[in-house]
Design a protein around this ligand. Structure first.
Ligand code: NAP
Length: 291
């Protein structure tokens, strides 16, 4: 299999590149300098030159506040960019793997969202990603549209900058010995290394379609923070932040837990519980620190 990974320097893209290369596939990692997804000529030029059998698109504008402030750009990258990829990959008989988000839902449910639940995004980011999903699903029949949630990985998230949530909690524990964390949002924290393995399994099949792919189980950010410290063996005080302490500037779903229902139906769910993903991540960064 010859795969092109778009966003290869990103948090997820770097792990997808690693996982697919490790499986013996020929993988071309594309950076933002190599391809501009909202420019159809750039997309056509790169894909026609490389002739991959699979394109994995991890590129997005996904800083929620920036999307809200610049909806035109958010739609250009997340919707038109995906449309360009979907139409060119379809013309070239190539599979498209497109990464989407739990933010397509409004968070009003109290049990996990399945693929058949109606999306109703609360913000520009979620709306533009939903538009991208629709283009991928309608323009290229050989698509895997993968919704995921609350990612963290060894490579920093380029759109958000700074440390991921796990690394930030470790730093605060070591440097301050205390922290305050919100309890209002419930998510399924998902390690990009685990998701990359899942994507690599899925692309070996022709079970095209829409998939939820997050770690099993769920927790609030507060519960996640506590688990990070106890798993890392660090002692620090963690308190629940009051609702007005870190006010969200843009509406977000309060509950965005996804059930990997479609993956389970086709017998391809490879994602384990988020606590296991966390343990593996902590071992991984320990190894990186030693190396
Ligand atoms: N992070 C999360 O918690 C989360 C949760 C749910 C879903 N997702 C989805 O997961 C995917 C991957 O997220 P991530 O955290 O790995 O993102 P990331 O670290 O920000 O990586 C995105 C990559 O895409 C590149 N890129 C951005 N705009 C591009 C464009 N217009 N054309 C070509 N390349 C472009 C970026 O390059 P530059 O930085 O050089 O611009 C970067 O290498 C996204 O689709 C996101 O919507 C993320």
């Amino acid at each position: 299999m010859k795969a092109a990974v778009i966003g290869a320097t990103g948090q997820l893209g770097s792990d997808v590149t690693r996982a697919m290369t490790g499986s013996g596939h020929e993988v071309i990692g594309l950076t933002h300098e190599d391809i501009e997804i909202y420019d159809i000529n750039s997309v056509r030029g790169v894909i026609e030159r490389l002739r991959p059998s699979v394109v994995v698109n991890t590129a997005a504008m996904h800083n929620v506040e920036k999307c809200e402030a610049d909806p035109e750009r958010a739609y250009r990258v997340n919707a038109i960019g995906t449309r360009n990829l979907a139409s060119v990959t379809q013309e070239m008989d190539c599979v498209l793997v497109h990464i989407s988000t739990d933010y397509v839902f409004d968070g009003k449910k109290s049990d996990p969202y399945v693929e058949g639940d109606e999306p109703l995004p609360l913000n520009v980011y979620g709306n533009s990603k939903l538009a991208g999903e629709c283009f991928a699903r309608t323009l290229n029949p050989r698509h895997f549209v993968i919704r995921t949630s609350a990612l963290y990985g060894v490579s920093p998230c380029r759109a958000k900058g700074g440390l991921n949530f796990v690394d930030l909690m470790l730093k605060l524990a070591r440097e301050r010995g205390q922290m305050r964390v919100v309890d209002a949002e419930t998510v399924s924290p998902t390690a990009t290394a685990e998701l990359a393995v899942q994507i690599n399994e899925l692309v070996k099949t022709d079970a095209y379609g829409l998939y939820h792919a997050t770690s099993e189980g769920s927790c609030s950010w507060y519960e996640f923070a506590r688990a990070i410290l106890s798993t890392a063996g660090l002692k620090a005080r963690v308190d629940i932040a009051s609702p007005n302490e870190f006010p969200a500037k843009v509406p977000r779903p309060q509950y965005s837990v996804l059930e990997n229902s479609a993956l389970k139906k086709v017998g391809l769910n490879r994602l384990s519980h988020w606590q296991f993903g966390l343990l593996r991540y902590l071992e991984q960064i320990e190894r990186f620190a030693v190396a």
